[in-house]
Design a protein around this ligand. Sequence first.
Ligand SMILES: [Zn+2]
Length: 264
Amino acid sequence: MMTGAAIGMDTRDTETAAEYRRFEAALQATRDAGLTLSFWWRDDDAVAVTPELEQLLALRRAANVPLALAVIPRFAEPGLIDRLRNAGNVGILQHGWAHEKHSDPGEKASEFGEGRPLEESLADLIAGRERLQPMAGELFLPVLTPPWNRIGYAARAARIQAGLPGLSVFGLSGSDDHDSHVCNTHFDVIAWKTTRGFIGLKKAYHLLANEIEQRLTHPSEPIGILTHHLVHDPETNAFLATLLGKLNDQPHVRWPALTDLFDI
Ligand SMILES: [Zn+2]
């Protein structure tokens, strides 16, 4: 077991320590049950090479795990793609078209929500793929990650027509969802509704323990870590480095290839 200091927590913080023990116990329980625990990592909103992106790529390199980068097609810079070509195990997903809100005021933000005419959504999805795919070349995966993780029912179906069979949003898809092209994220490190910074160690290990415990009954759904490199503070990056190292120490943790996650 790691000490409190090793995971960056104040050892006097007993609630955080308790959540960390739950997280460790959940890892052990899945291992004891003979399960393989699959993880994957999605980071959103990339358009350009920035110092924050370099920090993200350094984290990936140190952990030597695959990274799915959701790139906003309309604003993607060729320099970003050039950098990613030399970044190792990185794939590019399509993050909508322009990351623009087309939801009505008062509604939850979305670019391809229920209220937007389908032909508009479809045109934007196609425009996004037609710009990003040739730029990204072999790094491109035909996977849609709709901004704000929201997509209306019709647009969800129409993504296939736009050449984007893969889909990734947020939340447990459940064993009744038989779409093998869907692979979701489950664990978001940012506290969007409050500080827009790191959620904190207590919450982080609480949520991770919940996800891992759920895999005792939903073992096949990979756990998706969701990050947004442009808003990471040092605490967020330190936590991610610790987490990825800890997961790498687990003999039953796997990081499937991105193409396998989306069955493409
Ligand atoms: Zn986004």
